[in-house]
Design a binder for this molecule. Structure first.
Ligand SMILES: [Fe+2]
Length: 430
């Protein structure tokens, strides 16, 4: 919660933040030890002192100098680290010094624009009432987001509808990605009875059963399927699902209390000229929602467990499409999202996206933590919980069943997408 500048609670908060930063805590006053009289504040004049960068209440008997400073100027100096404002105030009499002026010499040091200094200043701004707060079209940036240094990613999300967060920012290690990929390969083999490696892809020809009309089965040649419910496979997926950087960005788009899990799917994809076809399968996940909302109703945290270039069959997206009333779904408008293995790609549910065909050997594994806004949920668990026989006992049971969503794919409780199986001549050992 933001506190009034120089109030007792503000001073306590600042002291707490300074303790947190330890020796790295910067100081607008350098090492100076002096009394401060802050004038024209909302509660009149305020007496305090500063020593070694720490604020204290009241005046010191033995401070070598007293700085009398206007409330607005003090705020610019201590909250926004705006030294120019202090220098200007000196010229206009809004800042006065009494006593040993050499006590201010310490001010010469301690300045700078280091990452630590910026992080500290952001924390001070965040606890100060009326301080400028960074925000995007989605609203103010959360403390969590600022602490993680995600401002530029949040801004890119707001502007383009998609951002790529590198491993050094989200903090998931290469070893963790190795483990996640191993778990997926094991599950892929369970589902298809075919062995997979990252380098060679499936070690056999896979086909869908005749008559299978599922999405991937209808593509001209099998080169992809989905592993569902990844968060049930291993704790590593659940740890990834709550990665702080991912959650901070998703919450920024959906509202702090809005985000909920929707699904945890892994796309297992190998070479195939066709892919989703010439249109790249471009769509947005909120396509059925009339009109436009700024906030995301759905949002996507995609983790690429393998290299991710256009030739590798990476994501295609249309920058800025989340803001358009009628966004283009033309392949010409799309650009590839190229990113090294281990990157996190976060995008808004209204951002138009698809994928390029994979033309390089081996597997492309992308793990999708998909989120929904909590408002998009039945209050009653109808699809999987409402007794079917009661739905049938109705004046228009067909309509009741349609509205109950019995025939909808979602929400599913098991692996619902079909998986390809080895071609019969291979399964027979041929
Ligand atoms: Fe999608």
């Amino acid at each position: 919660m933001a506190e009034q500048f120089l109030s007792d609670t503000w001073l306590d908060e600042v002291a707490r933040i300074r303790t947190e930063f330890g020796d790295d805590a910067p100081s607008a006053m350098g090492d100076a030890r002096l009394n401060l009289v802050v004038t024209s504040g909302p509660d009149g004049n305020k007496e305090l002192h500063v020593s070694g960068g720490d604020f204290g209440k009241g005046l010191l008997d033995d401070a070598p100098a007293t700085l009398t400073i206007d409330h607005v100027v003090a705020k610019a100096l201590f909250v926004d680290a705006n030294r120019e404002a202090a220098i200007e105030a000196f010229g206009t009499g809004k800042l006065k010094i009494d006593g040993d002026i050499s006590a201010l010499m310490g001010m010469a040091g301690g300045s700078g624009n280091s990452d630590v200094q910026k992080a500290y200043q952001k924390r001070i701004q965040a606890i100060t009432e009326g301080a400028p707060q960074r925000s995007t079209i989605f609203g103010p940036m959360s403390q969590e987001l600022l602490d993680l240094g995600l401002e530029t990613y949040a801004e890119e999300l707001a502007e383009k509808g998609l951002t790529v967060v590198p491993a050094e920012v989200h903090g998931v290690t290469a070893e963790q990605f190795d483990h996640l990929a191993d778990c997926i390969l094991t599950r892929a083999e369970e589902l298809t009875s075919c062995q997979f490696t990252l380098v060679d892809g499936p070690l056999g020809e896979l086909v869908y059963e005749e008559g299978d009309d599922s999405r991937f089965a209808l593509l001209s040649k099998v080169n992809q399927f989905l592993v569902h419910r990844c968060a049930t496979l291993d704790r590593a997926f659940r740890d990834l699902a709550v990665n702080p950087a991912q959650i901070a960005l998703i919450r920024h788009m959906m509202g702090q209390r809005g985000a909920r899990f929707s699904s945890f799917n892994c796309f297992v994809k190998w070479p195939g000229e066709y892919g989703y076809g010439p249109g790249l399968g471009l769509h947005n996940d909120q396509m059925g929602v009339p009109g436009r909302t700024t906030h995301a109703l759905n949002a996507n945290g995609t983790w690429n467990l393998t290299e991710y270039t256009k030739e590798d069959g990476c994501l295609a997206y249309v920058p800025g499409s989340h803001l358009e009333k009628q966004p283009s779904t033309s392949a010409e408008a799309a650009v590839p999202v190229e990113a090294p293995r281990g990157s996190l790609i976060v995008f808004h549910g209204a951002t138009v996206h698809g994928a390029y065909p994979k033309q390089t050997p081996g597997l492309r594994l992308t793990l999708v933590n998909y989120f929904r806004h909590q408002a998009i949920l039945p209050q009653e668990e109808i699809k999987n919980g409402f007794p079917r026989e009661l739905a049938e006992d109705c004046v228009d049971s067909d309509l009741f069943c349609e509205l109950a969503g019995y025939a909808d794919i979602f929400p599913f409780v098991t692996q619902t997408s079909t998986s390809p199986t080895p071609h019969p001549h291979l399964a027979a050992g041929g």
